[in-house]
Ligand binder design. Structure first.
Ligand SMILES: [Zn+2]
Length: 189
C-alpha cells in the first residue's frame, strides 16, 4: 500500500465509523528528503566548524613564506592570517600597488569580494530557512480527518508566507549580488 492508498483507506475507515491506523504518515518521501537534507546540512556545518577551528588553531609559521624573516610580532600574526605573509611584506606589497597606481583597485576588489561572500552567506541561510519551513510537520496524530485538514490548512498558509517572504528577500539579495559581480568583472577587463 502506498501513502495515498493508506490515506484513502484511513478516510474510508473513519467514515465507516471504524478506527483508522493510529498515526498517518504524511509526505513520507518529503520526510526522507528532509532527513537527507538535514544530514547534509549537519555535515556541512561540522566541516565549517572544523575549518574554523583549524584556522583558530593554526599556528603562525616561524618564518614568513615570502621573505623568510622570523615572524614573532602580533602584527605579523594578524597579517599572516589575513594575507599569508608578514607585516613588512604586506606593507611592501601595498606600497608597490600604490606606486603602480593599482592600490585603489586592489582595495575595492577586496571590499567587493567581502561583500560577495557576505551576500552568499545570507542567501544560503534564507534557503535553509525556506527548506525548514516547508516541512514543519512530520507526523499527523490522526484523531479525526477534520483535525488533519485543519493542520494541513495552517501549514499551507505558513508555507505560502515563508515562500513569499524568502522569495522577496532572495530577489533583493540576488540583485545586489549581480551588481557586485558586475563591478568585480569590470576590474577584470
Ligand atoms: Zn615577510
Amino acid at each position: 500500500m502506498n501513502e495515498h492508498q493508506r490515506h484513502v483507506k484511513a478516510r474510508q475507515d473513519i467514515l465507516k465509523g471504524g478506527t483508522a491506523e493510529k498515526r498517518i504518515f504524511v509526505h513520507m518521501e518529503d520526510l526522507e528528503e528532509k532527513k537527507k537534507r538535514e544530514e547534509e546540512i549537519k555535515i556541512e556545518r561540522e566541516k565549517k566548524n572544523d575549518r574554523m577551528d583549524a584556522l583558530k588553531e593554526a599556528k603562525m609559521p616561524w618564518f614568513c613564506p615570502e621573505c623568510n624573516k622570523v615572524m614573532k610580532q602580533k602584527l605579523d600574526d594578524k597579517m599572516y592570517r589575513l594575507h599569508n605573509q608578514c607585516f613588512d611584506c604586506q606593507v611592501r606589497f601595498e606600497n608597490k600597488l600604490r606606486i603602480e597606481g593599482k592600490y585603489d583597485e586592489w582595495e575595492q576588489k577586496k571590499m567587493l569580494n567581502n561583500q560577495l561572500s557576505y551576500i552568499r552567506d545570507q542567501i544560503d541561510s534564507i534557503e535553509d530557512w525556506k527548506d525548514e519551513a516547508s516541512n514543519p510537520f512530520e507526523v499527523f496524530d490522526s484523531v479525526g480527518i477534520k483535525e488533519v485538514e485543519l493542520k494541513k490548512e495552517k501549514w499551507t498558509q505558513n508555507k505560502e508566507q515563508v515562500e513569499k517572504m524568502s522569495e522577496e528577500a532572495l530577489e533583493g539579495l540576488n540583485k545586489i549580488k549581480e551588481e557586485v559581480e558586475e563591478k568585480l568583472n569590470s576590474f577584470a577587463i
